[in-house]
Design a protein around this ligand. Structure first.
Ligand SMILES: [Zn+2]
Length: 422
């Protein structure tokens, strides 16, 4: 008898938990930014891990079942969970520890401990998806970090990872050591046909969702950026990755590095500081996205002593304002990604604020961080918009970030996969 009672209670409890897992949650903010536009007096109904309904509040309330849980979000805007386009969870700000010292002196266990905290901060700032563009010397540790998030061991954004990234021999860092010693590098060296195919495939095999290459870099001892891989090498990497369904993206900021990357078939250009009208035209034609990383250049300039708001803007910043504007005017699609890690994780909104400072409207910047990034990273069947059937990755902020971009920092609630992040 005792056994049967326990069993009965167990069955009831199981049924109840199933019901509650599938129960409806109705979010009722002032407005919904659906990834493209604002919808005033709209609401969103979540069922399980999916968005069940997006409609005017009047329509939702006509048919909402009685047992649905209503959450009133007065003075708030509901948006898709934001998508960080360029982060390095294994790095922390260079004014704390230089990049060289992070790569050469910090134990990987220490870097992972930091990455766990960085992932949590990213998610809690409203970024439910992030593209991590290289562990910078921490080997394949992003594979384990991603698994720990997916398994619910730790909390963080869903990750698209690059693992080690590819560099041409001699082109990356740390450098400026004696040429007589071999210094471990912040990414994986590879050259020529066999080696490039093998290392691209190895990175994919170990867990890379995408391949990241450095199409130019400040290599050697002269200090100026110069192209690295040949056009044929880039084409080979892209074809090898593509045949396994992985996109290739490129760090590039010189005209020739960008040109080779675009013609070689990469999908996004990271940084792009020295782009010219001719390069922007080519990018627009080939549908290559620009991830401008405005916040990284701004941070690095400040680390070098520039007092923002007091001193005159350094040449690098003046030029970046011009090239960013040229890219927009040429119709290049602009991704959102700040190169986080150069500056603090959790402060990802800094890039949004700078995109507005450099000439975008707040709505354009928000589109970049939601629908445009989702399209660019091939995840628009899951996230990036508030749309029926997509995953319930949702950010609620106080105020109206389409008017005042800094309101994006007033995070009230974050849902990832329909689960409230706490
Ligand atoms: Zn980066």
């Amino acid at each position: 008898m005792y056994f049967r009672k326990t069993l009965l209670l167990f069955i009831i409890a199981t049924c109840l938990s199933k019901v509650s897992a599938q129960s409806l949650v109705y979010l009722r903010p002032d407005r919904v930014f659906d990834g493209e536009k604002n919808l005033e007096k709209y609401g969103v109904v979540i069922k399980g891990n999916k968005i069940e309904q997006v409609d005017s509040q009047a329509n939702i309330e006509k048919s909402l079942p009685k047992d649905a849980k209503t959450i009133d979000l007065k003075n708030c805007t509901l948006l898709p969970g934001l998508i960080e386009g360029h982060t390095h969870l294994f790095l922390h700000p260079y004014n704390e520890v230089t990049w060289d010292d992070q790569v050469l002196k910090e134990p990987r266990s220490y870097r992972t401990a930091r990455a766990v905290i960085h992932a949590e901060k990213t998610l809690k700032a409203g970024f439910t998806t992030a593209r991590d563009l290289g562990t910078e010397g921490a080997e394949f540790d992003d594979v384990g970090l991603k698994k720990a998030i997916d398994d619910g061991v730790i909390i963080g954004p869903r990750l698209l990872i690059a693992t080690k990234a590819l560099i041409a021999t001699g082109s990356y860092g740390p450098r400026t050591f004696s040429p007589d010693i071999k210094v471990p590098q912040g990414a994986e060296e590879a050259d020529g046909i066999d080696d490039l195919i093998k290392k691209t495939r190895t990175q994919i095999g170990k867990g890379a969702d995408l391949i990241k290459i450095y199409a130019d870099y400040r290599w050697g001892l002269r200090g100026e950026a110069a192209p690295t891989f040949s056009l044929d090498e880039i084409k080979l990497i892209v074809a090898t990755a593509q045949s396994a369904g992985r996109p290739t993206v490129a760090h590039a900021s010189t005209v020739e590095g960008m040109r080779r990357a675009i013609l070689g078939g990469v999908e996004t250009i990271e940084h792009g500081d020295n782009g010219t009208p001719e390069i922007w035209k080519l990018m627009a034609e080939k549908n290559v996205y620009l991830c401008a990383t405005l916040a990284a250049g701004d941070a690095v300039s400040q680390y070098k002593g520039w007092k923002k708001g007091i001193d005159e803007e350094p040449e690098r910043i003046k030029k970046k304002r011009i090239t960013f504007k040229q890219a927009m005017e040429a119709g290049v699609k602009i991704c959102f990604g700040g190169d986080v890690g150069v500056f603090a994780h959790g402060d990802n909104a800094r890039e949004l604020e700078m995109m507005v400072e450099y000439g975008m409207t707040p709505t354009e910047a928000l589109k970049s961080a939601t629908s445009i990034n989702a399209d660019a990273f091939h995840v628009n069947n899951e996230v990036g918009r508030i749309k029926n059937g997509l995953l319930a990755d949702i950010l609620v902020v106080e105020g109206n970030p389409s008017q005042t971009i800094t309101d994006i920092r007033k995070v009230k609630k974050v849902y990832k996969n329909g689960v409230l992040v706490e």
